[in-house]
Design a binder for this molecule. Structure first.
Ligand SMILES: NC(=O)c1ccc[n+]([C@@H]2O[C@H](COP(=O)([O-])OP(=O)(O)OC[C@H]3O[C@@H](n4cnc5c(N)ncnc54)[C@H](O)[C@@H]3O)[C@@H](O)[C@H]2O)c1
Length: 338
């Protein structure tokens, strides 16, 4: 039996994680704290509503009073922090909200976890925590910055973030690490490559290509489209998180990737071909400021130490994703929030 606080569980990855975990661990209790920003949607978690091992709380991870009350009531064993501002383009327009949620919000969660998990509340220096507690920070390969044609990041690679989004995620990783190093708080950090799958917000690359193509409208591709991303099916990411939570070594960082690198333009063409749409829908637009060229991460550590491997073949996962969006569009029309 574990009591688990999941933040940002109405978003893309968090909602998949909650669906998987509530099903796999019916004897665990999950509380989902989500602010329901433009990126979060209750539609993503509708099937959880009536589960006896699940509760939704509408609120901000940066609201210390609320987070404190939730800890007091639920006595959480695990905190899994998905909540974040997550879109690079928005971070270029408005970096501030990224710092508020991704850095300061994370720090609030850490402070409250530390307060409730420390065995001796009177001794602020104590490194003794309740057995079994852990704070898992969900992070991204973007904290490592950009690669050229060759090379691969591992967990020892320096953090060299380029966008305000990536910088805010790197900052939150570092503040999480500091709570481990300074206070001994049991933490884990995972860094995952680009996720794809159902329920991703329509502003992200794959949903943009699918929905624009279905509407026979131009598909914006940044710069020359030669940028390379390393893709992983969202459910493979969630399985990796399950492994890290149950078997990971406290204080460690685990990179999660499926070694599926693809140029953006090739991916757009693949989607157009699958939908039977012409490639001249592709419209090259001015490149994103500071656009990273290539991401690539080794998954050797998590594979060798925890036995995790991605299962979903990219072609299969992409087809399932495209079919899911087709189904949603046919059911709901082009609703910005699905
Ligand atoms: N999508 C990817 O490819 C990817 C890859 C690696 C890591 N990540 C990380 O995984 C996490 C989840 O990403 P995602 O793609 O599901 O993001 P998302 O934007 O789909 O979801 C974010 C969720 O967080 C909620 N949220 C935002 N601010 C909040 C706040 N202050 N308090 C409470 N809830 C808040 C939103 O309402 C939303 O439900 C993020 O931390 C992101 O950095 C994402």
């Amino acid at each position: 039996m574990k009591s688990v606080l999941v933040t940002g569980g109405a978003g893309f990855i968090g909602s998949h994680f909650l669906k998987m975990m509530t099903h796999h661990y019916p004897h665990y209790y999950f509380v989902n704290l989500d602010l329901l920003t433009y990126a979060g949607s209750l539609k993503n978690i509708r099937e959880l509503e009536n589960l006896s091992n699940y509760l939704f709380v509408h609120g901000d991870i940066g609201d210390k009073e609320l987070v404190d009350k939730m800890f007091e009531k639920e006595n959480f064993d695990w905190v899994i922090n998905f909540a974040a501002e997550s879109h690079v383009d928005r971070s270029i327009q408005n970096p501030r909200s990224f710092l508020e949620t991704n850095v300061l919000g994370t720090q609030v969660l850490l402070d409250v976890a530390k307060k409730y998990w420390q065995i001796d509340h009177n001794d602020k220096q104590s490194h003794l925590y309740r057995p079994g507690v852990v704070f898992l920070q969900i992070s991204t390969d973007e904290v490592y910055g950009s690669l050229k044609e060759s090379g691969t990041f591992d967990e020892e690679s320096p953090l060299l973030p380029n966008s305000p989004y990536a910088a805010s995620k790197a900052s939150s990783d570092l503040i999480v690490r500091s709570y481990y190093k300074t206070y001994g708080l049991p933490i884990l950090i995972t860094r995952c490559s680009n996720n794809y799958g159902p329920n991703q917000h329509l502003e992200k690359f794959i949903p943009v290509v699918i929905t624009q193509a279905m509407k026979d409208q131009k598909i914006p591709i940044y710069g020359d489209g030669q940028q390379i991303r390393d893709w992983i099916y969202v459910k493979d990411h969630c399985h990796a998180l399950d492994s890290v939570l149950h078997q990971g070594m406290v204080g460690e960082v685990y990179n999660i990737s499926a070694n599926q690198e693809l140029k953006n333009i090739k991916l757009a063409e693949k989607i157009l071909d699958y939908l039977g749409k012409p490639r001249d829908l592709i419209n090259y637009v001015t490149d994103r400021l500071g656009h990273d060229y290539r991401y690539s991460m080794s998954h050797q550590k998590i594979s060798q130490s925890l036995g995790w491997q991605s299962k979903c073949h990219f072609e299969q996962g992409l087809k399932e994703t495209i079919n899911w969006y087709i189904g949603e569009i046919l059911n709901r029309g082009y609703d910005e929030n699905f």
